[in-house]
Design a protein around this ligand. Structure first.
Ligand code: CUA
Length: 323
Protein backbone atom coordinates (compact mmCIF):
# COMPACT_ATOMS: atom_id res chain seq x y z
CA UNK A 1 0.00 0.00 0.00
CA UNK A 2 2.82 2.36 0.91
CA UNK A 3 5.37 1.13 -1.60
CA UNK A 4 5.10 4.11 -3.92
CA UNK A 5 4.53 6.60 -1.16
CA UNK A 6 7.55 8.77 -0.42
CA UNK A 7 6.42 9.62 3.10
CA UNK A 8 5.97 6.10 4.40
CA UNK A 9 8.21 3.08 4.07
CA UNK A 10 6.68 -0.26 3.12
CA UNK A 11 5.04 -2.34 5.83
CA UNK A 12 7.12 -5.51 5.88
CA UNK A 13 6.84 -6.92 9.41
CA UNK A 14 4.08 -8.23 11.65
CA UNK A 15 4.13 -5.10 13.82
CA UNK A 16 4.43 -2.54 11.01
CA UNK A 17 0.69 -2.18 10.39
CA UNK A 18 -0.07 -2.10 14.13
CA UNK A 19 2.52 0.61 14.76
CA UNK A 20 1.16 2.64 11.85
CA UNK A 21 -2.43 2.26 13.09
CA UNK A 22 -1.54 3.83 16.45
CA UNK A 23 0.53 6.50 14.72
CA UNK A 24 -2.29 7.47 12.36
CA UNK A 25 -4.83 7.45 15.18
CA UNK A 26 -2.66 9.89 17.16
CA UNK A 27 -2.16 12.08 14.09
CA UNK A 28 -5.94 12.06 13.45
CA UNK A 29 -6.72 13.05 17.05
CA UNK A 30 -4.13 15.84 16.89
CA UNK A 31 -5.41 17.16 13.55
CA UNK A 32 -9.04 17.00 14.72
CA UNK A 33 -8.40 18.97 17.91
CA UNK A 34 -6.06 21.46 16.21
CA UNK A 35 -8.73 22.26 13.63
CA UNK A 36 -11.47 22.38 16.30
CA UNK A 37 -9.48 24.75 18.52
CA UNK A 38 -8.30 27.05 15.73
CA UNK A 39 -11.79 27.06 14.21
CA UNK A 40 -13.45 27.98 17.50
CA UNK A 41 -10.84 30.66 18.29
CA UNK A 42 -11.52 32.29 14.92
CA UNK A 43 -15.30 31.90 15.20
CA UNK A 44 -15.48 33.32 18.74
CA UNK A 45 -13.15 36.20 17.87
CA UNK A 46 -15.58 37.28 15.17
CA UNK A 47 -18.84 36.35 16.87
CA UNK A 48 -18.06 38.01 20.22
CA UNK A 49 -16.00 40.96 19.01
CA UNK A 50 -16.49 44.29 20.77
CA UNK A 51 -19.00 46.22 18.70
CA UNK A 52 -18.78 49.67 20.26
CA UNK A 53 -16.60 51.67 22.64
CA UNK A 54 -19.33 51.60 25.29
CA UNK A 55 -20.01 47.85 25.23
CA UNK A 56 -19.43 46.07 28.54
CA UNK A 57 -19.35 42.26 28.42
CA UNK A 58 -21.79 40.21 30.47
CA UNK A 59 -20.30 38.52 33.55
CA UNK A 60 -19.31 34.85 33.02
CA UNK A 61 -21.03 32.10 34.97
CA UNK A 62 -19.25 28.74 34.95
CA UNK A 63 -20.86 25.59 33.59
CA UNK A 64 -20.20 22.30 35.40
CA UNK A 65 -21.51 20.31 32.44
CA UNK A 66 -19.08 22.00 30.06
CA UNK A 67 -16.14 21.57 32.47
CA UNK A 68 -16.88 17.85 32.91
CA UNK A 69 -17.26 17.31 29.16
CA UNK A 70 -13.92 18.81 28.24
CA UNK A 71 -12.18 16.99 31.07
CA UNK A 72 -13.68 13.54 30.66
CA UNK A 73 -13.55 13.20 26.86
CA UNK A 74 -9.84 14.11 26.50
CA UNK A 75 -9.01 11.87 29.50
CA UNK A 76 -10.67 8.90 27.82
CA UNK A 77 -8.89 9.60 24.52
CA UNK A 78 -5.49 10.08 26.22
CA UNK A 79 -5.85 6.93 28.34
CA UNK A 80 -6.96 5.02 25.24
CA UNK A 81 -3.76 6.05 23.45
CA UNK A 82 -1.71 5.14 26.53
CA UNK A 83 -3.18 1.64 26.89
CA UNK A 84 -2.94 1.02 23.15
CA UNK A 85 0.70 2.20 23.20
CA UNK A 86 1.60 0.03 26.20
CA UNK A 87 0.10 -3.07 24.60
CA UNK A 88 2.05 -2.42 21.41
CA UNK A 89 5.22 -1.67 23.39
CA UNK A 90 5.02 -5.00 25.21
CA UNK A 91 4.53 -6.79 21.93
CA UNK A 92 7.54 -5.03 20.40
CA UNK A 93 9.80 -5.51 23.42
CA UNK A 94 9.01 -9.17 24.17
CA UNK A 95 10.33 -11.59 21.57
CA UNK A 96 8.30 -14.79 21.11
CA UNK A 97 9.95 -18.03 22.22
CA UNK A 98 10.67 -19.65 18.84
CA UNK A 99 13.07 -17.08 17.45
CA UNK A 100 16.06 -17.36 15.15
CA UNK A 101 18.78 -15.71 17.25
CA UNK A 102 21.29 -13.44 15.55
CA UNK A 103 24.21 -11.57 17.07
CA UNK A 104 24.79 -7.98 16.04
CA UNK A 105 28.03 -6.20 16.91
CA UNK A 106 28.24 -2.57 15.85
CA UNK A 107 31.45 -0.64 15.42
CA UNK A 108 32.50 2.57 13.71
CA UNK A 109 31.22 2.24 11.00
CA UNK A 110 29.74 -1.12 10.23
CA UNK A 111 27.25 -3.77 11.32
CA UNK A 112 28.74 -7.21 11.98
CA UNK A 113 26.13 -9.91 12.10
CA UNK A 114 26.43 -13.59 12.90
CA UNK A 115 23.77 -16.25 12.31
CA UNK A 116 23.09 -19.02 14.86
CA UNK A 117 24.70 -21.49 12.47
CA UNK A 118 27.85 -19.36 12.34
CA UNK A 119 27.54 -17.48 9.02
CA UNK A 120 28.87 -13.95 9.23
CA UNK A 121 27.78 -10.89 7.32
CA UNK A 122 28.78 -7.25 7.27
CA UNK A 123 26.22 -4.52 6.59
CA UNK A 124 23.75 -7.09 5.40
CA UNK A 125 21.31 -9.43 7.07
CA UNK A 126 19.57 -12.36 5.39
CA UNK A 127 16.44 -13.69 7.08
CA UNK A 128 13.63 -16.06 6.16
CA UNK A 129 10.11 -14.70 5.75
CA UNK A 130 7.51 -15.62 8.38
CA UNK A 131 10.04 -16.52 11.07
CA UNK A 132 10.57 -14.36 14.18
CA UNK A 133 14.17 -13.16 14.37
CA UNK A 134 15.77 -11.98 17.61
CA UNK A 135 18.79 -9.70 17.52
CA UNK A 136 21.11 -9.55 20.52
CA UNK A 137 23.15 -6.42 20.03
CA UNK A 138 26.19 -4.72 21.48
CA UNK A 139 28.81 -2.21 20.38
CA UNK A 140 32.60 -2.26 20.30
CA UNK A 141 32.93 1.49 20.66
CA UNK A 142 30.21 4.16 20.85
CA UNK A 143 26.41 4.19 20.86
CA UNK A 144 24.79 3.19 17.58
CA UNK A 145 21.16 2.46 16.77
CA UNK A 146 19.72 -0.33 14.63
CA UNK A 147 16.85 0.90 12.47
CA UNK A 148 14.88 -0.89 9.77
CA UNK A 149 12.05 1.46 8.74
CA UNK A 150 10.10 -1.19 6.81
CA UNK A 151 9.93 -3.34 9.98
CA UNK A 152 9.23 -0.33 12.25
CA UNK A 153 12.01 -1.41 14.62
CA UNK A 154 14.67 0.81 16.11
CA UNK A 155 16.89 -0.08 19.06
CA UNK A 156 19.96 1.55 20.54
CA UNK A 157 23.15 -0.50 20.48
CA UNK A 158 25.35 0.25 23.48
CA UNK A 159 28.95 -0.53 24.41
CA UNK A 160 29.17 -2.84 27.43
CA UNK A 161 25.50 -3.76 27.38
CA UNK A 162 23.17 -6.08 25.48
CA UNK A 163 19.98 -4.86 23.90
CA UNK A 164 17.42 -6.98 22.11
CA UNK A 165 15.15 -6.30 19.16
CA UNK A 166 12.96 -8.72 17.25
CA UNK A 167 10.85 -8.78 14.10
CA UNK A 168 9.01 -11.16 11.86
CA UNK A 169 9.30 -10.21 8.20
CA UNK A 170 6.13 -10.67 6.17
CA UNK A 171 7.28 -9.97 2.62
CA UNK A 172 10.35 -11.11 0.68
CA UNK A 173 12.43 -8.18 -0.54
CA UNK A 174 15.32 -5.89 0.29
CA UNK A 175 14.94 -3.30 3.01
CA UNK A 176 17.14 -0.46 4.23
CA UNK A 177 19.13 -0.79 7.44
CA UNK A 178 20.30 2.46 9.01
CA UNK A 179 22.31 3.61 12.01
CA UNK A 180 20.20 6.28 13.67
CA UNK A 181 22.51 7.46 16.42
CA UNK A 182 25.18 9.95 15.40
CA UNK A 183 28.38 7.92 15.91
CA UNK A 184 31.16 9.85 14.21
CA UNK A 185 32.41 10.98 10.81
CA UNK A 186 30.99 8.14 8.75
CA UNK A 187 27.72 7.70 10.65
CA UNK A 188 25.79 8.33 7.44
CA UNK A 189 27.67 5.50 5.73
CA UNK A 190 26.80 2.98 8.43
CA UNK A 191 24.01 1.50 6.38
CA UNK A 192 23.10 -1.84 4.92
CA UNK A 193 20.38 -4.10 3.59
CA UNK A 194 18.09 -6.64 5.15
CA UNK A 195 17.22 -9.32 2.60
CA UNK A 196 14.05 -11.27 3.33
CA UNK A 197 13.93 -14.60 1.49
CA UNK A 198 11.49 -17.46 1.40
CA UNK A 199 12.61 -20.24 3.79
CA UNK A 200 13.87 -22.58 1.06
CA UNK A 201 15.97 -19.81 -0.47
CA UNK A 202 17.29 -18.94 2.98
CA UNK A 203 18.39 -22.54 3.60
CA UNK A 204 20.15 -22.50 0.25
CA UNK A 205 21.82 -19.21 1.14
CA UNK A 206 22.94 -20.63 4.49
CA UNK A 207 24.44 -23.74 2.94
CA UNK A 208 26.33 -21.62 0.43
CA UNK A 209 28.15 -19.72 3.17
CA UNK A 210 30.74 -21.23 5.46
CA UNK A 211 30.71 -21.16 9.24
CA UNK A 212 30.34 -23.22 12.35
CA UNK A 213 27.59 -22.93 14.96
CA UNK A 214 28.11 -20.16 17.51
CA UNK A 215 28.19 -22.62 20.40
CA UNK A 216 31.02 -24.53 18.69
CA UNK A 217 33.08 -21.34 18.19
CA UNK A 218 32.30 -20.53 21.81
CA UNK A 219 33.53 -23.91 23.04
CA UNK A 220 36.75 -23.56 21.04
CA UNK A 221 37.34 -20.11 22.50
CA UNK A 222 36.57 -21.46 25.97
CA UNK A 223 39.28 -24.07 25.54
CA UNK A 224 41.70 -21.74 23.81
CA UNK A 225 41.53 -19.25 26.69
CA UNK A 226 41.96 -22.21 29.07
CA UNK A 227 38.72 -21.46 30.92
CA UNK A 228 38.24 -25.22 31.24
CA UNK A 229 41.30 -25.68 33.48
CA UNK A 230 39.32 -24.13 36.35
CA UNK A 231 35.71 -24.38 35.17
CA UNK A 232 35.17 -28.11 34.85
CA UNK A 233 33.03 -30.84 36.32
CA UNK A 234 35.57 -32.33 38.72
CA UNK A 235 34.76 -31.80 42.37
CA UNK A 236 37.16 -29.39 44.00
CA UNK A 237 37.66 -27.50 40.73
CA UNK A 238 38.96 -23.99 41.25
CA UNK A 239 36.03 -22.33 39.48
CA UNK A 240 32.29 -23.00 39.51
CA UNK A 241 31.08 -25.64 37.05
CA UNK A 242 29.31 -23.74 34.28
CA UNK A 243 27.02 -26.52 33.03
CA UNK A 244 23.48 -25.60 33.98
CA UNK A 245 24.44 -22.05 34.90
CA UNK A 246 22.71 -20.14 32.10
CA UNK A 247 19.61 -18.29 33.26
CA UNK A 248 19.78 -19.73 36.79
CA UNK A 249 20.07 -17.86 40.08
CA UNK A 250 23.54 -17.77 41.58
CA UNK A 251 24.32 -17.25 45.28
CA UNK A 252 27.23 -14.91 45.89
CA UNK A 253 29.80 -14.78 48.67
CA UNK A 254 28.19 -11.64 50.13
CA UNK A 255 24.80 -13.32 50.39
CA UNK A 256 23.21 -11.69 47.34
CA UNK A 257 21.56 -13.72 44.60
CA UNK A 258 21.93 -12.76 40.95
CA UNK A 259 20.60 -14.25 37.74
CA UNK A 260 23.22 -15.64 35.37
CA UNK A 261 22.21 -13.55 32.37
CA UNK A 262 24.29 -11.98 29.62
CA UNK A 263 25.24 -8.94 31.72
CA UNK A 264 26.39 -11.13 34.64
CA UNK A 265 28.46 -13.43 32.45
CA UNK A 266 30.04 -10.52 30.62
CA UNK A 267 31.00 -8.89 33.92
CA UNK A 268 32.37 -12.16 35.31
CA UNK A 269 34.67 -12.55 32.30
CA UNK A 270 35.88 -8.96 32.11
CA UNK A 271 35.84 -8.08 35.81
CA UNK A 272 35.87 -11.40 37.70
CA UNK A 273 36.27 -9.79 41.14
CA UNK A 274 32.93 -7.95 40.95
CA UNK A 275 30.71 -10.87 41.95
CA UNK A 276 32.26 -13.94 43.59
CA UNK A 277 30.16 -17.11 43.75
CA UNK A 278 29.59 -18.42 47.30
CA UNK A 279 32.16 -21.06 48.20
CA UNK A 280 34.84 -19.82 45.79
CA UNK A 281 37.66 -17.31 46.08
CA UNK A 282 38.84 -14.71 43.62
CA UNK A 283 41.49 -16.48 41.52
CA UNK A 284 40.37 -15.64 38.01
CA UNK A 285 42.33 -13.09 35.97
CA UNK A 286 40.49 -10.53 33.88
CA UNK A 287 40.01 -11.23 30.19
CA UNK A 288 39.54 -7.55 29.36
CA UNK A 289 41.33 -6.86 26.06
CA UNK A 290 41.80 -10.57 25.29
CA UNK A 291 38.35 -11.32 24.01
CA UNK A 292 36.26 -9.50 21.40
CA UNK A 293 32.58 -8.60 21.72
CA UNK A 294 31.79 -11.37 19.24
CA UNK A 295 33.91 -13.77 21.32
CA UNK A 296 31.93 -12.90 24.46
CA UNK A 297 28.68 -13.60 22.66
CA UNK A 298 30.03 -16.90 21.31
CA UNK A 299 31.03 -18.01 24.81
CA UNK A 300 27.51 -17.14 25.96
CA UNK A 301 26.07 -19.24 23.13
CA UNK A 302 28.29 -22.11 24.34
CA UNK A 303 27.10 -21.71 27.95
CA UNK A 304 23.52 -21.58 26.73
CA UNK A 305 24.07 -24.82 24.80
CA UNK A 306 25.50 -26.43 27.98
CA UNK A 307 22.27 -25.40 29.66
CA UNK A 308 20.19 -27.19 27.05
CA UNK A 309 22.31 -30.34 27.52
CA UNK A 310 22.00 -30.08 31.31
CA UNK A 311 18.21 -29.69 31.02
CA UNK A 312 17.94 -32.72 28.76
CA UNK A 313 20.05 -34.82 31.15
CA UNK A 314 18.08 -33.55 34.13
CA UNK A 315 14.78 -34.61 32.61
CA UNK A 316 16.23 -37.97 31.60
CA UNK A 317 17.36 -38.53 35.18
CA UNK A 318 13.97 -37.51 36.47
CA UNK A 319 12.29 -39.94 34.09
CA UNK A 320 14.78 -42.66 35.12
CA UNK A 321 14.17 -42.07 38.83
CA UNK A 322 10.41 -42.18 38.30
CA UNK A 323 10.61 -45.57 36.67
CU1 CUA B 1 26.64 4.01 13.99
CU2 CUA B 1 25.62 6.12 13.58
Amino acid sequence: MWSDNLLFPEQASTIAAKTDALYFFMIAVSVFFSLLIFGLVTYFAVRYRRRSELEVPRPLIGSLKLELTWTIIPTIIAMGMFVWGVMLFFQISRPPSDTLDMLVVAKQWMWKIQHPSGQREINSLHVPVGQPVRLTMTSEDVIHSFFVPAFRIKMDVLPGRYTVAWFEATKPGRYHLFCTEYCGTKHSEMIGWVTVMDPVQYERWLSGASGEPLSVSGRKLFEQLRCNTCHNETSGARGPNLAGLWGRDVRLQDGRTVTADQAYIRESILNPGAKIVAGYSQLMPTFQGQISETGLLQIMAYLESLQATADAQGSEERIASNE
